[in-house]
Structures are given as structure tokens and as C-alpha cells.
Design a protein around this ligand. Structure first.
Ligand SMILES: [Zn+2]
Ligand SMILES: [Zn+2]
Length: 295
């Protein structure tokens, strides 16, 4: 059974208002560990997650961009969002946990080396990869991106980096260059068609590439009724989680970091996040999970 770390910081806003309480029934499991941060305020706990030092940002982002984020009002939340991803990666490398779910206030994939937007300020996965390379001599990583929008920031940062496999599923044209792959997804797509695209687009590339860990930029904004609606049902996300977990088990000893990206609805967050975490932790309930699959 895998050990799963959950990285959480308290934040303003509607989407994650039900957390961490909505994780009841998961947090008491022996293989699940909650690392949290006191932002804006909570009593210190034994697993306090520290914000990352601003210096780390400069490894990936231009100083003037960091200054722009500092003036945006989102700086502290953006730091904690990155901190969760970096802390997850380091704890996996130290052998404390096998996989992780990172609650973010702001996503990653629209943040490039000198630009940001679309609810992203800093690129947490990219900063974590820089840290793993620097501190542990790690080299090769895969990032799979199932947010329906194109990950222009992640693409730009790693464009010339052959040691990062990035597979982005979005509406853009098919491109394959330097282990950066864009898989075109139709504007309207069924769950079955989407799953087929992911199965044909990611596992074989990951197996050939042999990453040391997989980052999953998971956005649920492509779900019906969300701001990036491409027609997906809520259940697709649980199926994707199983699929990507299996790839990680096969190619990199289960090392998988799920980074919460797009999605705005509180009800979907409440419904989906605990289920995705249960997949990571091998804690799926046998019945009553909506799609009748138990594994
Ligand atoms: Zn894309
Ligand atoms: Zn998105």
C-alpha cells in the first residue's frame, strides 16, 4: 500500500471551503499523512508546512516577474501553493511518502519564466523539479496535464529541456518536440473518448521515457458546468487518477504528485478531491462511489 501525503494550506475563497473537513474518513488511515500550513492563521501543528523562500522562485522566474506577483496581492498564497508541491517532492525523495496530493490556491501551468496569468502565478512543478535536481541529483521527470487549457507556462519553461516529458491534453494542435507533446482534444468530448486519448497519449511515452517521478497537473475545469466545460463527467477524474497511478506504479515506483490546477466549483471539489486522494492511497470504497468500479 502506498503512503500518501496531503499538502494543504488554509486560504480564502469558495472552492476549498469544505477542506480539510471533507477529508474525514481518509486522514485517520495509517498510510495517509496531512502536512498543513497556517495561512492565514491556524494553531501550529506537528506537520507545519513552511512557505518556501523567495530565492527559490528566482531559479525559474525572472526577478521582474516575481516583483509583479509580489504586487498582485496573491504573493503569499502563491508561495504556499508552490511550497506544497516542493515539500511533497522532497518528502517523496526522502522516502517519507510515495505519492502526494497538493491543494493549491493558484495553479502552475500558465506561469512561465517571465509571464503569468489565468489563476497561475508561479510554476510549482517546475520549481520542485529544479529543487530535486539541485538537492538530490534527480534528472528526468514527466508532467501530464489534463486541465483543458494549454499549459503555456510549463511548455515554455521546459521547451528545450529533453529531460522533461510534458504531455498536455488541450484544444491546441498536435505537436511533438523535445519530449513536449500536445495532444489535441475536441471541444466537446465524451468520457470514453477522453480516456482513450489519455491512454494513447501518455502511458507509452512515460514507459519509453522512464521518468523518476510523475507530476499530474490536474484541473477539473473541463467538467460539465465548469468554466472550461468540454463535456466531461465528474467521474472521469477518478478514472484518470487510476490510470495515471498505474503508470506511476509501473515506471517510477509509484512516485506521483497530483497538483490541483483549474476548477472553481466547491461542490465538485468536495465530491472529487477525496476520491482522487483515495485512489492515491489505495483506499477506494468497494461500493457507493458512483461508477461501480472497485479497485
Ligand atoms: Zn496544451
Ligand atoms: Zn484550466
Amino acid at each position: 500500500m502506498k503512503r500518501t501525503g496531503i499538502f494543504f494550506h488554509y486560504q480564502e475563497g469558495e472552492r476549498l471551503r469544505d477542506f480539510p473537513q471533507a477529508l474525514d474518513g481518509i486522514l485517520d488511515k495509517d498510510n495517509v499523512f496531512l502536512y498543513d500550513a497556517f495561512y492565514p492563521f491556524k494553531p501550529p501543528s506537528s506537520f507545519d508546512l513552511e512557505p518556501i523562500p523567495a530565492e527559490l522562485l528566482y531559479q525559474l522566474h525572472a526577478p521582474e516577474m516575481v516583483e509583479r506577483v509580489r504586487r498582485s496581492g496573491a504573493f503569499e498564497g502563491a508561495l504556499f501553493s508552490v511550497a506544497g508541491t516542493v515539500a511533497a517532492a522532497i518528502r517523496i525523495w526522502r522516502g517519507e511518502i510515495d505519492n502526494a496530493f497538493v491543494f493549491t490556491g493558484y495553479g502552475d501551468h500558465h506561469a512561465g519564466s517571465n509571464f503569468f496569468g489565468g489563476g497561475c502565478y508561479f510554476n510549482g512543478a517546475a520549481i520542485a523539479i529544479a529543487q530535486l535536481r539541485q538537492r538530490f541529483g534527480a534528472k528526468r521527470f514527466a508532467i501530464v496535464d489534463t486541465d483543458p487549457h494549454h499549459g503555456n507556462g510549463t511548455w515554455e519553461i521546459f521547451e528545450a529541456d529533453h529531460d522533461v516529458l510534458y504531455v498536455c491534453f488541450c484544444s491546441g494542435q498536435f505537436v511533438e518536440k523535445n519530449n513536449k507533446v500536445n495532444v489535441q482534444v475536441p471541444w466537446r468530448v465524451s468520457d470514453e473518448e477522453y480516456l482513450r486519448l489519455v491512454r494513447e497519449g501518455f502511458p507509452h511515452r512515460a514507459k519509453a521515457f522512464q521518468p523518476e517521478a510523475i507530476f499530474w497537473n490536474w484541473g477539473y475545469d473541463g467538467t460539465r458546468g465548469e468554466y472550461g466545460d468540454i463535456g466531461l463527467s465528474p467521474d472521469i477524474h477518478v478514472r484518470l487518477a487510476r490510470e495515471i497511478r498505474e503508470v506511476a506504479n509501473e515506471v517510477c515506483q509509484g512516485r506521483l504528485i497530483v497538483v490541483l490546477c483549474g476548477g472553481s466549483r466547491r461542490d465538485l471539489a468536495h465530491r472529487l478531491i477525496p476520491r482522487v486522494i483515495r485512489v492515491l492511497a489505495g483506499q477506494e470504497r468497494a461500493t457507493g462511489e458512483g461508477d461501480g468500479v472497485s479497485r
